[in-house]
Design a protein around this ligand. Structure first.
Ligand SMILES: [Zn+2]
Length: 251
């Protein structure tokens, strides 16, 4: 159930009953000429909602804007600093913990959010609040490798396939041919990263070919991600607080 739709007596009942909460984290950043700025948000919130609804888990209002400094030259991209994202994640988890629910899974849709969210989780654990970062693409790496042998780091075949399922009306298929043919994230000289902004190596903004997108594959990726997150939630719900807490100092 979705926290924002509950009144406080129902929220009390829900918070006492569920074992954990899910908080989607997205980005508002350019995703090539063909996908909406909110792509990462749409994907993360879709996965979080599915898993909250199929299990008895609380869906929190998410964090829509993430850390997207590397896309800043493209129109419409919004960003917060890594510290701001970390602090917001900590504040939301602590706020939830003040009501007694101390387990939160950040369902992340964007790579650059990963490190600040991990930093938040580490900090929360010191106060016996347990945060975990579910990066959907990492959890189903083998499925992605099997379905998409092409390099597709950003707004390429994978994300485009997923968006054809989630929000097909926002996918501008007629612009696929305007997308770049770049296959690798980052500009390198002799293996040294010399350009880490998207604008350093792609004019269209994408990395990977959206013309290889396929709605059926998008469905398979989404269900694999939801199944993986469900399994993780099941694991987390069965852990005791002692098992989750930081280990004591060595004797
Ligand atoms: Zn993305």
């Amino acid at each position: 159930m979705e926290l924002a739709r509950l009144n406080w007596p129902d929220a009390r009942e829900a918070i006492r009953r569920v074992g954990l909460a899910l908080l989607p984290v997205g980005s508002i950043e350019q995703h090539g000429p063909h996908l909406p700025l909110g792509t990462d948000w749409h994907i993360a919130s879709h996965i979080a909602r599915e898993v909250a609804e199929t299990g008895d888990r609380l869906l929190l209002p998410g964090i829509q804007v993430g850390v997207s400094e590397e896309h800043g030259q493209f129109w419409g991209t919004l960003t917060v600093s890594p510290d701001t994202l970390r602090d917001q994640a900590i504040a939301l988890a602590r706020s939830l913990a003040s009501h007694g629910l101390k387990r939160i899974v950040f369902v992340n849709g964007h790579g650059s959010n990963g490190a600040p969210l991990e930093a938040a989780a580490r900090s929360l654990r010191e106060d016996d609040v347990f945060g975990f970062v579910f990066n959907w693409w990492q959890s189903i790496g083998s499925v992605l490798g099997e379905l998409f042998p092409d390099p597709t780091a950003h707004a390429g075949s994978i994300e485009t396939s997923m968006m054809l399922v989630i929000r097909p009306e926002l996918v501008r298929t007629e612009r696929f041919d305007d997308a770049d043919a770049v296959g690798q994230w980052g500009a390198y000289v002799e293996g040294v990263l010399v350009g880490s902004d998207a604008a350093d190596f792609t004019e269209g903004g994408n990395v990977g070919d959206p013309r290889l997108a396929d709605k059926g594959k998008g469905r398979r990726v989404l269900s694999a991600a939801c199944e993986s997150l469900s399994r993780f939630c099941g694991w987390l719900e069965q852990r005791s607080e002692e098992e989750l807490a930081r280990r004591p100092h060595m004797p």
